[in-house]
Design a protein around this ligand. Sequence first.
Ligand SMILES: NC(=O)c1ccc[n+]([C@@H]2O[C@H](COP(=O)([O-])OP(=O)(O)OC[C@H]3O[C@@H](n4cnc5c(N)ncnc54)[C@H](O)[C@@H]3O)[C@@H](O)[C@H]2O)c1
Length: 370
Amino acid sequence: MSNTTPVRTVIVGCGMIAAGGYQPRCQAYPNQIELVGFYDQDEARASALAERNGGTVYPSLEAVLNDPNVEAIVNLTLHISHYPVSLAGLKAGKHVYSEKPISIRTDEANELVETAETNGLKLACAPSAILGYVQQNVWKRIRDGEIGDVISALGNFGGPLEHWHPSADAFLMHAGPFRDVAPYPLTAMTTMIGPVKTVHGFARVAVPKRVLTQGPREGTEFEVTEKDHGFAVLEFEVPQADGSQGFIYHSFTVTSQIPPYEIHGTKGGFSIQAHDDGRGIKKFTPQSGWQDEPSPPKAFTGLDWGKGVADFADAIRNDRIPRCNGAQARHVLEVCERVIESSDLGKPVDVSSRFPAPQAVGEVAPWEAD
Ligand SMILES: NC(=O)c1ccc[n+]([C@@H]2O[C@H](COP(=O)([O-])OP(=O)(O)OC[C@H]3O[C@@H](n4cnc5c(N)ncnc54)[C@H](O)[C@@H]3O)[C@@H](O)[C@H]2O)c1
């Protein structure tokens, strides 16, 4: 990192993933990130993080955005608040890192990307799992030709959410499995293969009435308003004449045993997690079938929530595009939106957004530099 002053950052939205993921993992990168404060509409949650970390507990989003000491916000609110909170941040001159999805609708994502560009600010978005050592290792080997021409990929993630998440109603009423968990395999596919040009989607509301079984609101009944189960076939924009296709399966109704992420080529394939680093690599060759390989030595076991923020901070200091960039997140969101649209229309639909070519991490990651 050429400029070693850490970026003064506030976490907005201090729930499960802030407390268990972002706060501890942002603290792991003190050269890049300084957590200077916290804001949540439930002040007790912000206070709990400040007690562990130090820093200001802000009384409102306006107070965060009016504080000239704050350079960036990390938006860990629930899905429906991603767009308004990120837009307010960008309009106030703050760099923004958001949890996925970048917004609920593509037109909102367009506005976020355009506002960041107009105001000369960095906009980055989870998932950051693509920065993992396993994912980067596999992507490099694909670029080096180890599995030949990439012909297909598949992804799967989900499960009955109300059985473990206290806010499952918010996920099922505002996001659904496509906007919430499809970004994991879609970010890997669009990085390793290219943009999606056409989507054939099949989705439904399979279990419309549910009950929260965890947390302080246990027993609360709710109505599912987003499609909670489905799959899609994707056509990627690639130079090969026969193209390259993908398949994604996402459900908050069934936990499928389809592998989380596979990518296939004319000479072999890889099977990894699209969500976690450090869970090993399976490699397929026609000669040996599927063989296990260990994760690269520096891999983090699990999802390192801080790595995307550390890269974003490095991008701010060095005025470059963040690797988990907002334009790619906008494309991923558009694919999710088109899955639902294609399903409703009963025909394939095209995806119009594109994004700058993703940059590999390289030999020395920004978060490893002094
Ligand atoms: N829980 C997970 O396993 C997980 C994993 C990956 C990503 N995420 C993403 O992280 C985000 C947060 O998820 P979570 O599990 O931490 O949810 P959560 O419900 O535990 O926390 C969300 C927090 O945001 C606060 N909030 C909501 N709207 C706000 C607003 N407008 N202003 C200020 N605070 C606001 C809520 O009070 C709550 O404390 C979601 O977008 C989700 O997709 C969650």
